[in-house]
Design a protein around this ligand. Structure first.
Ligand code: ATP
Ligand code: SKM
Ligand code: MG
Length: 191
C-alpha cells in the first residue's frame, strides 16, 4: 500500500489533517526549541499554511523584535503578541509557531486550549543555549549571563508549557524527524 496520497502527503499526515478539522496546530516552547523551523516542515507535510506570530508582529510593526523591545518596550510587544495570536487563531488550516513567551499569557493560553491543538517542543538547557547562541536576536537574553537567564526562563515556564496537549522532545536530530514525531504524537493524542 502506498504511503503517500496523490498530494504527496503521507497517510499519517492525511489522517491528522482529518482529525484536526478546522483547528490550528499551535507550537509553544522556549526560544530555540525549533517552533519556527520545525513548524514550517510540519505545515509542508500536512499541506497546511504556516504562520509565525513573531513574523506577523514584525510585519505589522514594520520593525524587528529587538527594535520593538528597544523602542516600545516588552509590555507593548506582549500586548501586540496577544492581539496577533487572537487574530491568527481564527484562521483555519494553519500551523502556528508562537513566540517563546506567548503561551505564558493566561488569555492566550486559554484561547489556544479552547480553539487549537497545542504542542510543546521541549528542549533542555544545553540544546537551547547552543541554538540561541548562533544569533543575537533575542532581546530577553541580552543580559550579563544569558545562560543563567535561559535557565531562569526554563524554571518559570516549563510548568506552563506542560499544559500543552502534547509534548515532543526537540533534540539534535534532523528537523524533519522532529516534524514527523510531532505528527505521530498529535495523531496519537487525537485518537
Ligand atoms: N532539530 C534541530 N536540530 C538542530 N538545530 C535545530 C533543530 N531545530 C531547530 N534548530 C535550530 O535552532 C535554531 C532555533 O530554531 P527556531 O528559530 O526554529 O526556534 P524557535 O522555537 O522558533 O525560537 P523563537 O522562540 O526565538 O522564535 C535555528 O538555528 C534552527 O535551525
Ligand atoms: O521567549 C520569549 O519571551 C521570546 C521569544 C521569541 O520568540 C520572541 O517572541 C521574543 O524574543 C520573546
Ligand atoms: Mg520562532
Amino acid at each position: 500500500m502506498s504511503k503517500t496520497d496523490t498530494g504527496g502527503r503521507s497517510q499519517r499526515a492525511k489522517a491528522l489533517v482529518e482529525r484536526l478539522g478546522d483547528r490550528p496546530l499551535v507550537l509553544v516552547g522556549m526560544m530555540g526549541a525549533g517552533k519556527t523551523t520545525v513548524g514550517r516542515r510540519i505545515a509542508a507535510r500536512l499541506g497546511r499554511r504556516f504562520l509565525d506570530s513573531d513574523e506577523e508582529i514584525e510585519k505589522a510593526a514594520q520593525m524587528s523584535i529587538p527594535e520593538i523591545f528597544a523602542q516600545r518596550g516588552e509590555p507593548e510587544f506582549r500586548a501586540g503578541e496577544t492581539r496577533v495570536i487572537q487574530r491568527l487563531l481564527k484562521e483555519t488550516d494553519l500551523v502556528l509557531a508562537t513566540g517563546g513567551g506567548a503561551f505564558v499569557n493566561g488569555e492566550t493560553r486559554a484561547l489556544v486550549k479552547s480553539d487549537a491543538v497545542s504542542v510543546w517542543l521541549k528542549a533542555d538547557l544545553d540544546v537551547l543555549f547552543e541554538r540561541v547562541s548562533r544569533r543575537s536576536n533575542r532581546p530577553l537574553l541580552k543580559t550579563a549571563n544569558p545562560r543563567q537567564t535561559l535557565q531562569k526562563l526554563i524554571d518559570d515556564r516549563y510548568p506552563i508549557y506542560a499544559e500543552a496537549d502534547v509534548t515532543v522532545l526537540s533534540r539534535d536530530v534532523p528537523q524533519d524527524s522532529v516534524a514527523a514525531e510531532v505528527i505521530a504524537a498529535v495523531l496519537h493524542h487525537l485518537r
